[in-house]
Write a protein that binds this ligand. Structure first.
Ligand code: GLN
Length: 481
């Protein structure tokens, strides 16, 4: 096995036992990047020089000995929506093509403080808008399992990097499924924490009430390990929660016995690929055979989730993206600098891509006088009903299991001309963001070589249950093999 194909936990063990160095892991990762990046395109920027410097620092710390954080010396990819001091941060957009932040996003800073090695900035849909990582100035990311297929999105670069061994871990963000869906498509594991669990400081906002940063790794323990580092209150983010931070790794060994798993019938209805349905239900059956209780639940307002999500997300985006006007950041298009309005107009029409402009227009429309009540307010009401459905279901169960995506990874270009088809891919993921709940995607088999994802949903702040159930499933699958 090449080191770049290892998971973070085993590599951390090997580092501690002095069997390998961080330099060797980093070399292995960059060798893989040299081999595969031309076809996968997981990165917008790679940071080879910085990575080797950080690896040398980590090795120095290991030489000195002592109690080091588990992430010390482990390579990490960072989605290009997170500010990285001195490292270009583009959001996959022309409008930020030359933007170099002067500060670090808190989640990234915490990784740096823990001694992680930055491999580069991962490709993404422009401003995290998309489900395939095809809306990027850097071109599409391809699925490492089959390069004719999309990697999912918008954190497609992060998921593909981990899948291909071009990084060991990755930071992603999830506004409506952008961690979980690409993880499902690439066959890796990713967790979107409860809203407020991880600071959003330094995350370039798409839809602030839905955005959340999370962890991507090869398995559940890698996600738990990373969540331990990135979570916690941050005075720089007023929405970050003042709550106790558990040791998420401790949750992994608690088993599945007696855990009540809810199965919402609305998530297994028409529109779901029957082969995916079978794989997900097989996973649930395996857990049931080993002591879990499977209980049907209802989430009756689920049919409104996509509509509510795309109204709220675009409304917030139209406001958040107003700051990109050619004055404050990066790109400016102007033939006549004296005319400020013309400069705004030219900058924004040529700086943003088609999907981003579509969403700014939709969001502006739903917030405008006369339409606000009919669209935005109604969407917010639907959001409340969706949250109440989950509250009701969680009175009876400890976690909920569903598919992540209704379809397998699709061909590049297949859905690019039909935005509605692209939006519908998010049907099983967006409600968690609307309700602020934690959710994880982990592999539960494959169909014709393409991975299938199982989604585990938890109560607010109960990432421990999500991780526990996920780890139990992983262990059972391992035992079967
Ligand atoms: N695919 C969804 C969208 O396009 C979700 C994106 C995300 O989670 N950032 O909005």
């Amino acid at each position: 096995m090449e080191l770049c194909d290892g998971n973070a936990m085993e590599l951390a063990g090997m580092l501690r036992r002095g069997e390998i160095s961080s330099r060797e892991i980093t070399e292995s990762v960059f060798k893989r990047i040299d081999e595969r990046e031309a076809s996968v395109n997981a990165f917008i920027t790679t940071t080879r020089e910085t990575a080797f410097k950080q690896a040398a620092l980590a090795d120095e710390k290991f030489r000195k000995g002592g109690d080091l954080p588990l992430l010390t010396g482990i390579p990490v990819a960072v989605k290009d929506v997170l500010c990285t001091k001195g490292i270009k941060t583009t959001c996959g957009s022309k409008i930020l093509e030359n933007f170099v932040p002067t500060y670090n996003a808190t989640a990234f800073q915490k990784l740096q403080d823990a001694g992680a090695v930055i491999v580069g900035k991962a490709n993404m849909d422009e401003f995290a808008m998309g489900s395939s990582t095809e809306n990027s100035i850097a071109g599409p990311t391809r699925n490492p399992n089959d390069v004719t297929k999309v990697a999912g999105g918008s954190s497609g670069g992060s998921a593909a990097a981990v899948c291909a061994g071009e990084s060991i871990l990755a930071l992603g963000t999830d506004t409506g499924g952008s961690i979980r869906q690409p993880c499902a498509f690439c066959g890796v594991t990713g967790i979107k924490p409860t809203y407020g669990r991880v600071s959003r400081y330094g995350l370039i906002a798409y839809a602030s009430s839905l955005d959340q940063i999370g962890a991507i790794g090869k398995n559940v323990s890698d996600c738990a390990m990373m969540l331990n580092v990135i979570s916690g209150h941050d005075p720089l983010d007023t929405t970050s929660l003042h709550v106790e931070k558990p040791d998420f790794l401790k949750a992994l060994s608690k088993g599945i016995d007696g855990v009540r798993i809810g199965i919402p019938q609305e998530f297994f209805a028409e529109g779901l690929d029957p082969q995916i349905k079978e794989k997900v239900l097989d996973a649930v059956t395996l857990l049931e055979k080993n002591g879990a209780h499977v209980i049907p639940v209802n989430l009756p307002h689920s049919p409104y989730a996509i509509g509510a999500y795309y109204l709220i997300a675009t409304a917030e985006a139209s406001s958040n993206l107003a700051r990109f006007d050619g004055v404050k950041y990066g790109y400016r298009k102007s033939e006549d600098d004296a005319d400020c309005l013309a400069m705004y107009h030219k900058t924004r029409t040529t700086g943003f891509g088609t999907e981003v402009k579509r969403r700014i227009m939709l969001g502006t429309y739903v917030l405008s006088a006369g339409y606000y009540d009919a669209y935005y307010l109604k969407a917010q009401k639907a959001r409340t009903m969706i949250k109440k459905d989950f509250d009701e279901a969680f009175r009876k169960v400890d976690c909920i299991m569903t598919p992540v995506s209704p379809c397998l990874p699709f061909a590049l270009g297949e859905k690019m001309t039909d935005p509605l088809q692209m939006y519908l891919v998010d049907i099983y993921t967006v409600s968690l963001n609307l309700a602020g709940l934690p959710g994880m995607s982990l592999p539960c088999g494959s169909i014709d070589g393409l991975p299938v994802g199982l989604q585990i949903i938890g109560k607010p702040l109960d990432e421990e249950m999500v991780l526990r159930a996920g780890a139990a499933y992983e262990q059972l699958v391992e035992k079967q093999i």
